[in-house]
Design a protein around this ligand. Sequence first.
Ligand SMILES: [Fe+2]
Length: 378
Amino acid sequence: MLLRESKLNENNLEKFKYFINTLDKEREQNRHTILIVDDEKDNLQLLHRTLRKKYNILTASNGVEALDIVKKEGSNISLIVSDQRMPNMTGTEFLAQVAENYPYIVKMLLTGYTDLDAMVDGVNKCNLFQYISKPVDPNDLELIVNNGINAYELTLSKNTLLNDLRELFFTTVKSISSALDAKDTYTHGHSHRVTLFSLVMAQEMELDENFIEEIETAGLLHDIGKIGVPEDILCKPGRLTDEEYNTIKQHAASARKILDTIPGLKNISLWASCHHERWDGKGYPNQFKEEEIPLPARILAVADTYDAMTSNRSYRKGLPHEVAAEEIKNCGGTQFDPKMIEVFIKVENIFKEAAIDPVKFYDQYSRLNKAIEEKEIC
Ligand SMILES: [Fe+2]
């Protein structure tokens, strides 16, 4: 009996040890990593001793060595404590370089009271979280570092939240666009192809990345006003009456009314509503002329017309690329901005290929897809 009990206790003890080991391992894996940089050995050891119980510690005795560690361990480091006065490179010089590539790492500087210049540099160049005055009190240091780590975790969760919101916005825009494309059975996939052609042109023009991202959103939503157009008119095979045509034309102005209600989409709302304006002022809904028409709308106009001409309709087959391209080029200076025609000429072969397999090309050119993928990797 006693033997059995002792065997049971032994087993429980083993299980307990295993449980504690697993917990230790998990705690070790989830620990934050702190880099300490100081050329004074004693100081380095004091900081190491103070912080090692709670954090993984990396150490360097000068800025060059520390930059090397940051290069290798960058994304694993949560916080850096660096001395200011070091040979070859000062603490602010080192931290300024870190700030360029790793703005989210919390940075702290060890300074003497007299290092006023270092303090100013710290504020201006390093996005410093806090100064720590020398000599260092270990208890104060631990408290300051703990606060820094809390700030780091807060930034991380704020970024995660922002990325989640961004992803939600992108997927909503894409879903609305797909719903629109499905509503108009004869122009299936139109919004996505117009967006793709617009992206091809915007990339050729080397526009700013954020601007291109907005153009993509505008492309996906440019026909959102068609939500209000009855399907029997939108999908009518054959010629439209004047009245029906006027109803369809209202989709441009409707886009503005719909999108203006969404905060943060003012630009996109204006661009989407202007995709039927013409360079000569004979378009709709506002008869804007030349530069009055926002640049993205001038891009959308070319992309929209190219897709309308080359895609099949119930009453006619899509035109071959060569015929549509020729027609578009002939409309430079009347329907289209002549500069946009110059861009179109440079990328028309990509249009031709992309029209054959728009899904594949869309993945390649989409900024929104990339943003979601990057978020998933993070
Ligand atoms: Fe349209």
